[in-house]
Design a protein around this ligand. Sequence first.
Ligand code: MG
Length: 299
Amino acid sequence: MGYSLALTQLQVDYLCNKFNDYQITPFNNYTLFQAKINTCTITIYKTNTLLIQGKNEELLYQEICNDLNIESKLKDNPIKQQINNYIIQSLIGTDEVGTGDFFGGIVVAGAFVSKDKISLIKKLGVKDSKALTDYKINQIAPVIMKTIPYTVFKLDCLKFNFLSIQKKYNMNQIKALLHNTVINAMKQKVKIYDGIIIDAFTTSSNYFNYLKNERNVARDVILEEKAENKYLSVACASIIARYEFLKMMDELSELVGFELPKGAGKPVDTAIKKIFMEKGLNGFKNIAKIKFKNLDIYR
Ligand code: MG
């Protein structure tokens, strides 16, 4: 059947630009631009009329309506519906914490929320860990960990520094390795699930590229941005990861004798100065990610 839209010149230019890489040669003189995107073809006629046709054409139609701020004729937004359908499924989710913090290592967690646990988990007040205070995290994480299957992988600073300096791995590569490790462990614990969602930190093709030398790569994963807001399993994973990261920071704070600040901002720079005066650069290798720029002025 297909969808058609009357476009302005600006909208035509926008779409020609957006789908430039997918362009195919138009088959007649009435056509200004034609592109094949996965299973669909879009045709823009010289009259500025757009035609969208092909399998799953409603998804592309909806995307274009969203882009151009045109009200869609579809009753339900199919993209949203797809996501909504997923939300009520039994999913494994993974997320990481600590990658933006100078002090402390990295924690990646995986969690499985089955359909029948969804309402129970919701009642605990689970949402994205970034929206929760440390106090609330410390309160609900132990309850979640008693309620659902989960896995935590902690990469301490020594190991992180080894991977980033000796092995020259970049941050996303390290994240990919850890997520894959956690997912493999989750797949040992949970045999029946509808999908695996990673809170996206890179594109899917980069992710698998980082893992190309790994022996055991879980291929049935979806990387989705802002997944911690959309999927309870990812939200749980992010809460568990943050809980474990807070514990790690407490231990390291005890080691240095004062509370280590999170993040990589001013308070961190102040703490760095203090530690450097006492112990020099060597004082950082087991408490911080020494490749961070914060340390550059001392090298
Ligand atoms: Mg994340």
